[in-house]
Design a binder for this molecule. Sequence first.
Ligand SMILES: NC(=O)c1ccc[n+]([C@@H]2O[C@H](COP(=O)([O-])OP(=O)(O)OC[C@H]3O[C@@H](n4cnc5c(N)ncnc54)[C@H](OP(=O)(O)O)[C@@H]3O)[C@@H](O)[C@H]2O)c1
Length: 310
Amino acid sequence: MTELSSETRFLHAIEMGLGAWQWGDRIVWQYGHGYGPEEVRQAFQVSANEGIRFVDTAEIYGNGRSERMLGQFLKETDQPILIATKFFPWPWRFTKGALQRALKGSLARIDVESVDLYQIHWPSPIMNTDRLMGALAECVRSGMTRTVGVSNFGQTRMLAAYSSLARHNIPLASNQVHYSLLNRAAEKDGTLARCKELGIRLIAYSPIEKGLLSGKYNVDNPPPGSRSANYSRLLPKLGPLIKLMTEIGQDHGGKSNAQVALNWTICKGALPIPGAKNAEQAQQNAGALGWRMTEAEVARLDESSDSILE
Ligand SMILES: NC(=O)c1ccc[n+]([C@@H]2O[C@H](COP(=O)([O-])OP(=O)(O)OC[C@H]3O[C@@H](n4cnc5c(N)ncnc54)[C@H](OP(=O)(O)O)[C@@H]3O)[C@@H](O)[C@H]2O)c1
């Protein structure tokens, strides 16, 4: 593995973060139905008190609401919280200046002078990787972000981003991708291994597969909203994996399925950022830390997930 650069080393020391897409998002997460600002505040506070000190948000989450809430919560806590946010590459954003302007907007909403990680949310349909990385490099130079990363970049594009940033003498800190027991593309296509080799932190989004791996949803009790249609093919196949996760959790003193799902991503060398709607979920997710599954248990889970995904 390449030696970690001093700028990005902090990301490798973080075992788990907290995802903030749920804060204010009505479309996928039905913010305002069953949970609202107070529940979300408690999720943040419980996480911070449990030692989770890395929050992942984005300018598009809840149309800026997530960033604004984070700003509010930061004022109410004494804990030092590291902040990651993202640039959304709308097709009409095609100049380098668009990134700096978007980041200024994020900083104003969060009400901070700089963030710890600024990520490109998705590859841009308009700006090529070199141009995007050049713009990210300027965000570092102007002091508005400590490090920079990408998200939803496949291996080829990620390597291009890495090389492009290297020409600016800036390390690519992270690649945030979908990674869970029910989506192992990043592991199977070599992205995870390449990240480890190059010192790029792989940040795992949807590590509980949007609630599915908690075991609370099944064919008779599908998840609400758009998740129901998106997961209609997976739901009938989940039983054996959930059963095995429960068994493994029990062998570790009664860990929940969500905790097992998160622990699995940590064992794989990724940094999971589970979303939580309330204090109870946040508390439970924090319990994924402080213990480790055995290699044999990870292998059994791999096998069970393979039989669902093949
Ligand atoms: N870069 C990207 O393109 C991208 C894409 C997606 C997500 N993300 C980031 O990754 C974070 C996490 O991903 P995600 O929110 O999609 O999925 P996730 O973390 O896998 O699932 C979160 C959802 O699962 C349920 N849940 C959480 N903890 C639980 C527990 N202990 N027991 C039972 N249910 C629990 C909650 O929904 P219910 O209670 O409604 O079931 C919660 O909203 C996001 O917040 C965001 O920051 C990034």
